[in-house]
Design a protein. Structure first.
Length: 397
């Protein structure tokens, strides 16, 4: 009797192990957090390299592949010894079926970021920050300064209480003349960002300093779905041109290699009487290659420069009584003679600044098996910042 029971238990536990990889059909890049499930109910999520290991009962011969934003697939398995590669194609965003698993980890952030980046217009660093629920920004002294961040009741200044990173590289400046933790995100080309995750709370050890109110981490694309050129224009001489171009062929993508370059040129005068003449140029490039089945090397380079004139703060009494101001060309206006300073005027025409930043990132991502990932990263950054502010109006030149 005991022998029979043991035999039944062994048969019930008999399983096959299926290993494989999920990639995007267009970019040939691995897809993270894809749900791979068997009819028996067992399921796993793919790792950062798109790999998965799934235990399947011997009486099951099919698996279901699903991820929000992709067309779900049902795959029949005939050979469990062979490692499979499955390509998913993009489809409509459908929330009618959402699979909740015990392995979800931080998949909620991934899902939220994918939905927001696909459904909401993102054309600037400010737009990227506003994707975080409960976070809003303000801008003063011209468009070249880092955004003023407000989150969880904090006036986080320009990043003092919010840790911001891009591809694992810190954006915050530990030491900065305009405030500790100064986080100028303007070197990011928004169209290259594919996902972000965030946390709001008193402190996150894994993200180091400046997480008093939370953190935001952005990830750039490893490869583009397609090359694109975009031209935009608007009021106040607002103009922007963006280009992003894939450099390698589909055959190279199949071999695990990808590379692209992107550029962004922006100009804006602003609504003030004293034209801002804000201009910015961004360049970004990224190269990826696969080293074996379990390692991926990424190298990215970026640089940007910007300069602007700032209208600056003006006291209400100056508007009420009429005060010496400047026209859009910087010419001094006569005191109490038309045209006098208005709400959109300026008192000090020499306010403004310029800044630049160059970055280099090398990252090696390795799959150690059993859903363990090791990342080693080396980065270099060089930042220059110049700002002239005359908030008291007692500055003399």
């Amino acid at each position: 009797m005991s022998f029979s029971l043991l035999f039944i238990a062994v048969c019930g536990l008999a399983q096959n192990k299926l290993t494989g990889k999920i990639i995007d059909i267009n970019t040939k890049e691995p897809i993270e957090y894809v749900v791979v499930s068997a009819a028996s109910g067992s399921c796993v999520l793919t790792d950062k390299l798109g790999n998965f290991d799934l235990a399947i009962p011997t009486d099951s011969t099919s698996i279901i592949i699903s991820s929000i934003g992709y067309v779900a697939q049902k795959i029949m398995i005939t050979d469990f010894k062979k490692r499979i590669v499955i390509e998913l194609k993009h489809g409509p965003v459908d929330l009618s079926e959402v699979m909740i698993t015990s392995h979800s980890n931080n998949i909620s952030f991934h899902t939220t970021s994918n939905l927001d980046l696909n459904l909401r217009p993102v054309n600037s660093a400010q737009d990227l920050l506003k994707l975080v629920p409960g976070l809003f920004t303000a801008q003063h002294m011209g468009g070249g300064k880092a955004e003023q961040i407000f989150i969880r009741g904090f006036d986080a200044d320009h990043g003092t209480d919010v840790n911001i990173s891009v591809d694992g590289m810190p954006v915050n400046m530990v030491s900065h003349a305009h405030g500790q933790g100064y986080a100028d995100m303007h070197f990011i080309i928004p169209e290259t960002v594919t996902q972000y995750d965030f946390g709001k709370g008193p402190y996150y050890t894994g993200y180091g300093d400046f997480t008093t109110a939370g953190y935001v981490n952005y990830t750039t694309a490893d490869v583009l779905d397609k090359s694109v050129v975009k031209i935009e224009g608007g009021q106040f001489n607002d103009a922007r041109i963006v280009a992003a171009i894939n450099l390698l062929s589909n055959k190279q993508k199949l071999n695990g290699q990808s590379a692209y370059i992107a550029g962004d040129a922006t100009y804006f005068d602003g609504p003030f009487d004293f034209a801002e003449h804000f201009s910015r140029l961004n360049l970004f490039g990224k190269y990826n290659t696969r080293i074996g089945n379990n390692n991926k090397l990424s190298v990215s380079l970026s640089t940007f420069s910007t300069d602007w004139r700032a209208s600056g703060e003006i006291p209400e009494r100056a508007v009420a009584t009429g005060t010496t101001g400047f026209d859009e060309d910087g010419n001094k206006l006569v005191l109490n003679a038309p045209p006098v300073i208005g709400r959109f005027g300026t008192i000090d025409s020499l306010q403004g600044g310029y800044s630049s930043r160059s970055n280099a990132i090398i990252k090696l991502t390795s799959s150690l098996g059993n859903n363990f990932i090791a990342e080693n990263e080396l980065y270099y950054t060089n930042y220059n910042f110049h700002l002239h502010v005359n908030s008291t109006f007692f500055c003399r030149r």
